[in-house]
Write a protein that binds this ligand. Structure first.
Ligand SMILES: [Zn+2]
Ligand SMILES: [Zn+2]
Length: 422
């Protein structure tokens, strides 16, 4: 049998997983500061949830979902993104009936059938959040600030906020008409995707990466130019709040985001590459119609998400050393059977006292045990021989200073506990 890991997935191995824990911990800490609570939704949902929540005409729904039929004949899909399920939970638990706003975040795996490349996997991991029940532009600005805060907290440099408004159902048809009129004479030169977008979803042509499409849309009308008398002041207020929060941003009229349900605020975090062009490392926006779509009434929402693979890759590219704690507080070296028995008890006392502790299990000689302690990056090595045991003592070596001290066995656990905090 030669079973290998599926394409586009990865084992996160010990040694690597500590980096993930570090980044996830930063995400949780930043969310705590902004008073967000964690929500955990299922890995799979009814396929219809994503068809309606993400949008039938999106690449995700058309080409990238892992959809399967379960043994009961239901069509289920591995979640390709986080928002739809969180909105479903908000409606299903009637949270809209409680005082608002509701501020939730999530961290977990998502699944998309894409061509795998560095930082893009078929099982990937997102940190994201959603706020429900606030039209206040201050909420938009705080969500944007939280994302920027997170990237800063993990140690990423060169992240800039790109900001746009994609309008609302009132002003977008006006823009759509102007855009279609502008693009139609160039239709033959647009890429094939964009030719079909021209009828179905012309706004997304502005987002196309094709070079010819980009040239054609260079002077295309922007939504910003036709914002209605509600969207325009909202956008101005978002910018003012960002100034108050001390978040730098660039207004980018081409930014439309890939998903269909965004209204008004759209934003992305751009990362300056090393020599290469800037790339997106996260983003989000306001979606004022989605809760209603799922039967939860006219409740506005705004969210943000970032891919953790991309974040970790960027940290690596920037040469950021994460302050990871991989060390062991104490390794117990024993000589002789009696000392070995005593070590078993001491080891457990250390662990009950909150220290990380380990010992030799292979009956190795002193030198080999010391080597093992070194390999485990032990802060202290405690050596217990027959002679020390008779005196009710143990020899403790501080591996950072090289100093050695003889400690009374009754004080040993306290000695390690206090010493490992220094
Ligand atoms: Zn509008
Ligand atoms: Zn195109």
């Amino acid at each position: 049998m030669n079973v290998r890991i599926p394409r586009g997935t990865a084992d996160i191995m010990p040694g690597e997983v500590e980096k993930w824990q570090y980044v996830e911990e930063k995400a949780r800490d930043v969310c705590r500061r902004y008073h967000f609570s964690e929500i955990r939704t299922p890995i799979f949902e009814h396929t219809e949830l994503f068809q309606r929540g993400v949008g039938e005409t999106t690449d995700i729904v058309e080409k990238e979902m892992y959809t399967f039929e379960d043994r009961g004949g239901r069509s289920l899909t591995l979640r390709p993104e986080g928002t739809a399920a969180v909105v479903r939970a908000f409606v299903e638990h009637k949270v809209y009936g409680q005082p608002q706003p509701t501020k939730w975040f999530y961290i977990g795996p998502m699944f998309r059938y894409e061509r795998p490349q560095a930082g893009r996997m078929r099982q990937f991991h997102q940190f994201g959040l959603e706020v429900f029940g606030s039209h206040d532009p201050g909420t938009d600005a705080e969500v944007i600030a939280l994302g920027a805060h997170f990237f800063e907290a993990v140690g990423l440099k060169g992240v800039t906020v790109h900001l746009n408004s994609v309008g609302c159902p009132k002003c977008r048809p006006v823009h759509r008409e102007k855009l279609v009129a502008y693009l139609t004479p160039h239709k033959d030169r647009l890429c094939r995707d964009c030719q079909s977008r021209l009828e179905r979803n012309p706004l997304r042509i502005l987002d196309c990466k094709n070079e010819t499409c980009r040239q054609i849309t260079e002077g295309a009308p922007a939504v910003l130019d036709v914002l209605c008398d509600e969207c325009a002041p909202h956008f101005e207020a978002v910018k003012r709040h960002l100034d108050l929060l001390g978040v730098d941003y660039t207004v980018n009229p081409r930014l439309v985001r890939g998903l269909d349900y965004y209204t008004r605020t759209a934003f992305e975090y751009m990362l300056e590459g090393l020599g290469a062009q800037a790339s997106t490392i996260g983003g989000g926006g306001r979606y004022n119609g989605m809760v209603e779509e799922f039967g939860g009434g006219d409740v506005p929402g705004i969210g943000f998400a970032t891919g953790l693979e991309r974040v970790l890759l960027a940290l690596e590219e920037q040469g950021v050393t994460l302050p990871l704690d991989r060390s062991l507080d104490c390794f117990l070296v024993t000589l002789g059977d009696e000392a070995q028995e005593k070590a078993v008890t001491l080891l457990q006392s250390l662990r009950k006292a909150g220290c990380s502790a380990d010992r030799d299990y292979l009956g190795r000689k002193l030198k080999a045990q010391m080597k093992a302690a070194d390999r485990m990056n032990a802060r202290f090595v405690a050596i217990l021989g027959e002679e020390e045991l008779k005196q009710n003592q143990i020899v403790v070596k501080d591996m950072t200073t090289g100093e050695q001290e003889t400690v009374n066995l009754d004080q040993f656990v306290d000695y390690i506990r206090q010493g490992s905090k220094r």
